[in-house]
Design a protein around this ligand. Structure first.
Ligand SMILES: *Cc1c(COP(=O)(O)O)cnc(C)c1O
Length: 399
């Protein structure tokens, strides 16, 4: 034993109960935590195989797709991103990627490592990309893949989909969409929108702990995968093999994270019991109340109203406020976690998540009062009573 090591120094695990209002993870409902604590089955146990099929059916309902290849990839949202690119990109393929935040940048890195010839479609951070910009960037080109982020968690922007997808399809490209922060928070409809490949993550609006990446490929994406000249460069994420385990043959590839799949199944049940449209309305209502409260308090939102993402809200840091001290005080005094700004927005904004189980009236009111109280202590002039009144008025109007 290492000298000085004493197992008694390691106390029982007792994490605090937080109010998770950052960019993710979001609050996890007790039902999901209980599902995770159920007895672990074997990964080829007939009972577990049945739960896998059910999880896939529930995932298809949430993605609004009939795609057979709809599975949770083992790993967080980034594993879903990597799985999409690793399976679809062949060296030398042209891949057009919209870049207007951290996750577009990550896609460029990911595709580049796989030997793609990347066409970056750069747009301002904190704004959606316009159809004109996409049209210009794609003019005369025939990329194999067009990839974009539906909900940019780094900037709080919801990307309008229809026009850019139509433009991409006209070039013959497969369309890949990151819906990590939109799935189950705002509308996502893979089949109606003509999305060929998409990935998400469990810890955002699905309100499940981090650890799985729901992914869906349609027939066209599967055809590109089947038609590869070489093997998929990632053994672990090779969907020809992972798909065999999730498909009819049930062939062992890697051990499924059993209890995480219990958790996802329960999270999906909760989502579909609430109903997708009701869930989107709830997110929008809480977003509207938050915005009304923030603005009435005397602060400003970063993103123009027509491009705002309801599930992730960028609040401008007011003059005189200390970014780090404010976030720390919210956490220690109110138990509220919010996120810092990223990239060019670092130090300029706070990122306030309203994702899944965290998107509630209780949390919005607590955040508004907590933030006002922390800012007042720093000598920043805010109007807490007006903030509360404005948010309450939004809820009252909706009743
Ligand atoms: C969180 C996030 C990811 C990455 O997911 P991880 O679970 O952190 O790996 C990718 N894209 C977007 C838009 C995200 O918000």
């Amino acid at each position: 034993m290492t000298p000085g090591f004493n197992i008694a120094d390691y106390r029982d695990l007792e994490p605090s109960t937080r109010v998770l209002m950052g960019p993710g993870p979001s609050d996890v409902p007790p039902r999901v935590l209980r599902a995770m604590a159920a007895p672990t089955l074997g990964h080829l146990d007939p009972e577990f195989l049945e739960l896998m099929s059910e999880t896939q059916a529930l995932l298809r309902a949430v993605f609004k797709t009939e795609n057979a290849l709809t599975i949770p990839v083992s790993g967080t949202g980034s594993a879903g991103m990597e799985a999409c690119f690793a399976n679809l990109v062949e060296p030398g393929d042209q891949v057009a990627i919209v870049v207007n935040g951290v996750f577009g940048t990550r896609m460029v890195d990911c595709a580049g490592r796989l030997g793609a010839e990347v066409i970056s479609i750069e747009a301002e951070w904190g704004r959606a990309v316009s159809a004109e910009a996409v049209e210009k960037a794609l003019a005369g080109k025939q990329p194999k893949i067009f990839a974009f982020v539906h909900a940019e968690t780094s900037t709080g922007v919801l990307q309008p989909v229809a026009d850019i997808v139509a433009l991409a399809k006209a070039t013959g490209a497969l369309v890949m969409m990151d819906c990590v922060t939109s799935l189950a928070g705002v509308d996502v409809a893979l089949d109606d929108w003509g999305i060929d490949a998409s990935f998400s993550g469990t810890q955002k609006c699905l309100s499940c702990p981090p650890g799985l990446a729901p992914l869906s490929f349609n027939e066209k994406a599967v055809a590109k995968l089947r038609g590869r000249k070489d093997k998929v460069p990632s053994w672990y994420l090779d969907l020809t093999m992972v798909g065999d385990y999730w498909g009819a043959s049930r062939k062992y590839h890697h051990t499924a994270p059993i209890n995480m799949i219990y958790a996802l199944r329960e999270a999906l049940r909760i989502i579909l019991e609430e109903g997708l449209e009701a869930r989107f309305s709830r997110h929008l209502l809480n977003h509207n109340a938050l915005v009304a409260g923030v603005e009435a308090m005397g602060l400003a939102m970063q993103v123009p109203s027509e491009e705002r993402l309801p599930t992730l809200n960028l609040v401008r840091i007011p003059d005189g406020a200390d970014d780090l001290a404010t976030r720390k005080a919210l956490l220690t005094q109110f138990g509220i976690e919010i996120g810092a700004g990223l990239g060019p927005l670092a130090g300029k904004v706070w990122r306030v998540g309203l994702q899944g189980h965290s998107a509630t009236e209780r949390n919005v009111m607590l955040f508004l009062v907590g933030l006002a109280s922390v800012l007042e202590k720093q000598g920043v002039k805010v109007r807490p009573a007006e903030a509360v009144g404005a948010a309450q008025a939004v809820y009252r109007a909706a009743r």
